[in-house]
Write a new protein. Structure first.
Length: 346
C-alpha cells in the first residue's frame, strides 16, 4: 500500500473509495455502485470510464460488504464431473463467459471420482461458501440419494433430471435421429451403433433414439457394441465391425470413439466412406481434421452453458423456483466420412 511521508514519519494512505472513483470518472456514487455490482443497465462508455477510474486509483469493490447490503455474493457455484470431456470443457467455457458478462464469479468444484460421497461433499463445501446458486454438471444417476442443498437456486445440465429445478441440455435423441436418418437416406440398409457407457444418460438417449429410428423405418436393428467414450474403445469395436462385410454404416456415440473406429477400419482394409460410412457425435474441433473429415452431430455446448447461467440468474433475481426444461437442438455436419453404399446411386 502506498505511503505518505510527513513530519511525523510515514503514514499509510487510506484505501480508495467509491467517492474517489466517482470524482475521477465524473459520475455519481450510485453509478459507481451499479458498475461495481455488475448491473447491466449502464451506458457502455460510462461503464468503461468508471472501470478506468477504478484501475487508476486502485479501487477494489468489497464483496463481503456488498453481500451484507444486498444479500447476494455475485458468485455461482459449479459442480462438474469429467472435466476432460469435450462437452464438459466447452460447457464450462460458456458458463464462465456468460457469468463474467453478467458480473458473477465462478466457484468450480470438480468431482473427480463421482461417487455419491464425493458429490455430497461438494454440495456441503458449496453450502459453506458464499454462492448465490449452483449449476450441476454431473449426470443425475450419480446424484441418487444425495440431497441438493435447500434454499439455493439450482440449474441442472442433464435432461434426465427428476428434480424440480430448471434443466438445460442438448437434445440427445434428436441428434441421434439426425445421424441415423442421414445414413439411411444415403441408401444404407441399416446402421450399426457403437454406444457410450450404459450408465450415461446421454449414451442411453442416443442408443434408444438410434434403435427407434431404425424401427420406425422398418429396418433391422443390429447388435450394439458398447464403448466407454474413449478412442481405444472405438478402436476395439472397429476391429470387430471391420470383419463383418455386412457393415456399411456405423453411428458412434461420440467423435473420440469414431476416431478409433476409423483407424481400425483402415488397418483392416475397409475404406471410408467407400466401404463403410461413419458418423460421430459432438463435433469436437478435431473432427474436421480426421481422415477422412468426420460427418458428425454438432452439439451447442455454448448455448447450453449460457442458457444455464441465464436460468440460474433469473432464479436468483426473482426468487422463483420454476421447473422448466430447455432442450437445445443439435445439427448434422456432413463431411467426407459418409457416402452412398457401393453400387447405389443415392
Amino acid at each position: 500500500m502506498a505511503k505518505d511521508t510527513t513530519a511525523g514519519g510515514p503514514v499509510t494512505r487510506r484505501g480508495a473509495s467509491q467517492a474517489d472513483v466517482a470524482r475521477i470518472a465524473g459520475v455519481s456514487g450510485q453509478t459507481v455502485s451499479r458498475v461495481a455490482n455488475g448491473a447491466r443497465y449502464v451506458d457502455p462508455a460510462t461503464r468503461e470510464r468508471v472501470l478506468t477510474a477504478m484501475r487508476e486509483v486502485g479501487y477494489r469493490p468489497n464483496r463481503a460488504a456488498r453481500a451484507l447490503r444486498s444479500g447476494r455474493f455475485q458468485s455461482i457455484g459449479v459442480i462438474a464431473f469429467e472435466l476432460s470431456s469435450v462437452g464438459t470443457t466447452h460447457t464450462l467455457d460458456a458458463i464462465a463467459a456468460a457469468a463474467t458478462e453478467t458480473g458473477y464469479a465462478i466457484n468450480l468444484l470438480p468431482v473427480l471420482d463421482a461417487t455419491q460421497d464425493a458429490v455430497r461433499a461438494a454440495f456441503d463445501q458449496l453450502g459453506e461458501q458464499a454462492v448465490d446458486g449452483i449449476i450441476i454438471l454431473v449426470e443425475t444417476h450419480r446424484l441418487d440419494g444425495v440431497a441438493v442443498p435447500e434454499g439455493l437456486p439450482v440449474v441442472v445440465v442433464d435432461s434426465s433430471a427428476q428434480y424440480d429445478y430448471p434443466i438445460v441440455d442438448n437434445d440427445q435423441a434428436h441428434g441421434a435421429r439426425l445421424a441415423t436418418e442421414h445414413l439411411l437416406d444415403l441408401g444404407h440398409e441399416t446402421v450399426w451403433h457403437v454406444a457410450g457407457p450404459e450408465l450415461s444418460y446421454s449414451a442411453r438417449r442416443r442408443r434408444t433414439s438410434w434403435q427407434g429410428t431404425l424401427e420406425a423405418h422398418g429396418r433391422t436393428v443390429p447388435p450394439v457394441l458398447a464403448g466407454d467414450w474413449s478412442t481405444a474403445s472405438g478402436y476395439e469395436a472397429g476391429l470387430r465391425l471391420a470383419d463383418n462385410e455386412e457393415v456399411t454404416a456405423v453411428f458412434t456415440a461420440n467423435d473420440q470413439m469414431a476416431l478409433g473406429l476409423l483407424r481400425a477400419l483402415h488397418e483392416r482394409g475397409r475404406r471410408v466412406p467407400d466401404d463403410v460410412s461413419v458418423v460421430g457425435f459432438d463435433d469436437m474441433e478435431e473432427a474436421a481434421y480426421f481422415w477422412p473429415p468426420l460427418t458428425t452431430v454438432h452439439q451447442s455446448f455454448d448455448e447450453v452453458g449460457r442458457g444455464a447461467v441465464d436460468a440460474l440468474i433469473r432464479e436468483i433475481q426473482s426468487g422463483d423456483h420454476e421447473h422448466q426444461e430447455v432442450l437445445v437442438p443439435p445439427r448434422l455436419v456432413v463431411r467426407a466420412s459418409t457416402a452412398a453404399p457401393r453400387g447405389t446411386n443415392a
